[in-house]
Design a protein around this ligand. Structure first.
Ligand code: XIL
Length: 460
């Protein structure tokens, strides 16, 4: 009996002890909650930009990771995409893809031995309204790689254009003015090529005066065929001689002024079972016409960087395989220096992983890499009549990813990223060509920077 009473008493003491400790845990004002794990203290956001900020918090003893929530409301009734319960094993996290001039809230939890703490204090961060003006695409990439823009002679020497070309870009590419149909205007009665150098001369002078690199685009392209070659009645050998003459004349005229050229553009067929696109060049010069054109270019000037350029390279692995085989062959003869992946992409296609994989395959080759002709479509589904803020942010995120992938390429292989036009209403993807409106570039119709511009900066 006596023994039983003592047991009851001990039991009572233990229960009280447990109850008391639990109560004290729950009301601990040091941030402990029922889990017994101390909650982190969230600190002010840093690195605030137009579309991002960095969330920061203090270390919690023995925490193996932290869990972050970001919301546009301080009751966390909804979350910023990708920032709900996000595991992180450091004391800060960049929160990107945000809207400008918007207040966000974040809180964080610590995980110790698999147990999650309660929430930290809530910190608010407001994204910026204005683009930074102390940093430009050019300054952010200096000595690293060229940032190029497609231009036309008609859109130079106009102050609104000139100002941005010079401030933001280190390289230009003629969108059309250096294509064959614009330079090769006919054949005279002695059989010699008639040239119109006026636009090329003007652009090369413009670049020289303004300290811009020129990437030449493009010597041979089936979609820019001079009439005189389309209807050429001479022999195949005479045709080939004209091509050699053309390549030699263009390269030597601009020797030291245009240091890189797309020699052949889009020669590989889209049909997986067909190697070469059926063009007049293939018909007249044979299956080794690409090789011949590169050899003519190398012979004209061994110092000019020679590129092969093509589209759909990031997601069509079969086509890419054919192009990379061609590159291997041209490398064996030392007549190629670089490859351009045309970046006519969508905000949601191809996947980042596809672009990464395609880039990795190119990095494995001994060539310079050009992300050429970048524009990011947002309206492939034709669901927009104007560019919404939400879609603009998605576009910005896409540009950022592309730039990040490029920027991670080994330094010696980075050549350039070239955007295919300056502002949205200059794009080749106008409704007449494209069937629907598009806003694919980095500047809007009024020459103002878009979120996609900011995305480019953030990718660096
Ligand atoms: C386009 C130009 O942007 C248009 O203005 C022109 O009408 C047709 O050519 N691949 C290329 C570029 O290599 O030269 C093309 O440029 C777009 C597709």
């Amino acid at each position: 009996m006596k023994m039983g009473k003592i047991c009851n008493w001990i039991f009572y003491v233990i229960v009280c002890f447990i109850t008391l400790s639990l109560t004290s845990c729950a009301s601990d004002d040091n941030g402990n909650d029922a889990s017994g794990v101390l909650a982190p203290v969230a600190q002010e956001a840093t690195d605030i930009s137009l579309t991002s900020f960095k969330a920061n918090w203090d270390n919690v003893f023995r925490a193996s990771e932290y869990v972050l929530d970001v919301s546009t409301t301080n009751d966390f009734s909804s979350f910023v995409d990708g920032f709900n319960n996000l595991s992180i094993n450091q004391l800060s996290q960049s929160v990107t893809g945000l809207m400008s001039n918007t207040t966000y809230y974040y809180r964080v939890r610590a995980v110790v031995s698999g147990v999650i703490s309660g929430n930290s204090n809530i910190v608010s961060a407001e994204t910026n309204t204005e683009f930074p003006d102390d940093i430009t695409l050019k300054s952010a990439t200096e000595n690293n790689f060229f940032v190029g823009v497609a231009v036309s002679e008609a859109r130079t020497n106009i102050s609104s254009y000139d100002e941005i070309y010079m401030r933001e870009f280190s390289s230009i590419t003629a969108e059309n003015d250096m294509k064959m149909a614009s330079i090769f205007t006919g054949i005279d009665n002695t059989g010699a090529i008639i040239y119109d150098w006026s636009k090329v001369d003007a652009l090369v002078d413009y670049a020289e005066t303004n300290n811009l690199n020129v990437h030449g685009h493009t010597l041979i392209w089936h979609r820019s065929l001079p009439q005189a070659l389309e209807n050429f009645s001479g022999t195949d050998q005479e045709f080939e001689d004209l091509i050699e003459q053309y390549i030699t004349d263009v390269l030597t005229r601009y020797q030291g002024k245009i240091n890189s050229w797309d020699v052949v553009n889009e020669a590989i067929d889209d049909d997986p079972n067909v190697q070469w696109r059926d063009t007049v060049f293939l018909q007249r010069m044979g299956e080794d016409y690409v090789e011949k054109c590169f050899a003519f270019a190398r012979a004209a000037d061994p110092d000019i960087k020679l590129f092969y350029n093509d589209y759909n390279m990031t997601f069509d692995a079969t086509k890419r395989g054919k192009v990379l085989d061609l590159v291997d062959q041209l490398l064996l003869e030392n007549i190629i220096d670089g490859v351009g992946y045309q970046m006519h992409i969508d905000y949601n296609f191809p996947s980042t992983q596809q672009i990464q994989d395609a880039t990795d395959e190119l990095v494995a080759k001994d060539v310079l890499i050009h992300f050429a002709e970048l524009d990011v479509k947002v309206n492939a589904a034709n669901d927009l009549t104007e560019l919404t803020e939400e879609r603009a942010m998605a576009q910005s995120q896409r540009v950022k990813e592309v730039v990040e992938i490029f920027n991670a390429i080994p330094q010696s292989k980075k050549y350039a990223i070239t955007v295919w036009g300056l502002k949205d209403d200059d794009t080749w993807l106008i409704p007449e060509n494209n069937g629907r409106p598009e806003w694919p570039l980095l500047f809007d119709d009024s020459f103002d920077k878009k979120s996609s511009y900011q995305g480019f900066l953030e990718g660096l």
